[in-house]
Design a protein around this ligand. Sequence first.
Ligand SMILES: NC(=O)c1ccc[n+]([C@@H]2O[C@H](COP(=O)([O-])OP(=O)(O)OC[C@H]3O[C@@H](n4cnc5c(N)ncnc54)[C@H](O)[C@@H]3O)[C@@H](O)[C@H]2O)c1
Length: 344
Amino acid sequence: MYRVGIIGLGSIAARYSNPSDPHPYCHTGGIRQCEATNLVAVADLSEDRKTEFKETWEPSFPDRSINYYNTDIEMLENEELDIIAVCVRGPYHFAVMQNVLKTNVKAIFLEKPAGCSLEEIDQMTTTADENKIPIIVDYSRHWAPHLLRLQELVAEGLVGQVKSVIGYCPGTILSFAIHNTDMICQFAGYNPISVSAHINQSNDQVPEGYEREPSIIGSIIDFKNGIQGFHVGDPGTKSAFSVDILGTEGQLRAGYARSATTLYNKDNKLVDNTKLDLPPNQSVFKVAYQQIVSYLEGGNLPHCTQEQYIAVNEIGFASIESGLTGQTIEVPCQKRSRLIYANG
Ligand SMILES: NC(=O)c1ccc[n+]([C@@H]2O[C@H](COP(=O)([O-])OP(=O)(O)OC[C@H]3O[C@@H](n4cnc5c(N)ncnc54)[C@H](O)[C@@H]3O)[C@@H](O)[C@H]2O)c1
């Protein structure tokens, strides 16, 4: 069994679901359902959060032997962990990651947004590479079993040669819409070359040293393989977290909701979906932890690691840069120090 620790017991760590949820949308539920992971330690600054966790989740862990800590540092000093889930808010990711990267951990599951600047992301990636620790960034919907299968089918030519991928998702660029940036890349590839975007600036007050986080109106992403990505944002007309994949032989609509899957042939006729034989729903967190375990047992790197989260963040920060300057931004972005208060 792989020993897992969670830092930060908020919504995504534990509060979006409870033990009775068959497909929990949170780390604790995914760790519990993954047969090879054991939650051995959790840390949170707040007593209330720890108490709530103890009452809600602990009874569902058979041996009830979870250790509780007040801070990330306290947990890291007292535990030998194989996998660490970093579930604090964006502005705290960098500091916590510095501490986590000093340990003997074997894989880090880091919540989005990966960091508040490209510099932060560069620095944590370099240290992780030096220590041979993969960072997996949680674009959680990526691991929906039907999307993973559709990703394979599209790569095998389900809609012929992919020409465009249109993603639908409003919201803040790094904290929220980034899920859809990843979904566009899931089908277009993780090799962006330039981004041109329109953005909406917020009026929120942010701590000194930070810039406000804009939301996305729309963007065009050019990929090295010739595919064009289009991000449709505020005000969105379709539900978030879905993409249209347009190819030479047909079109596919795919999204986090499995029922949204719709395939058209090149004559624009609806194709019977049952022929796709898509796998049933499962907790995306269970699937992600299973991929991490499979890597630890000698398998492939999990999805959303290294080149993939780097590409997604290049697009995110290039969208902000483009929106602010009115220019098309080539990636990798030149400006790496822009510090955004990505507090998702
Ligand atoms: N993948 C998704 O769909 C999804 C959804 C929601 C949130 N998130 C991401 O998850 C992260 C957390 O968001 P949330 O809404 O769960 O946050 P939250 O505010 O509900 O919880 C964060 C917790 O971290 C704790 N914390 C902060 N610093 C700490 C430290 N040094 N040591 C121990 N505990 C510490 C806080 O006390 C708090 O309880 C963010 O990066 C957010 O963007 C992802």
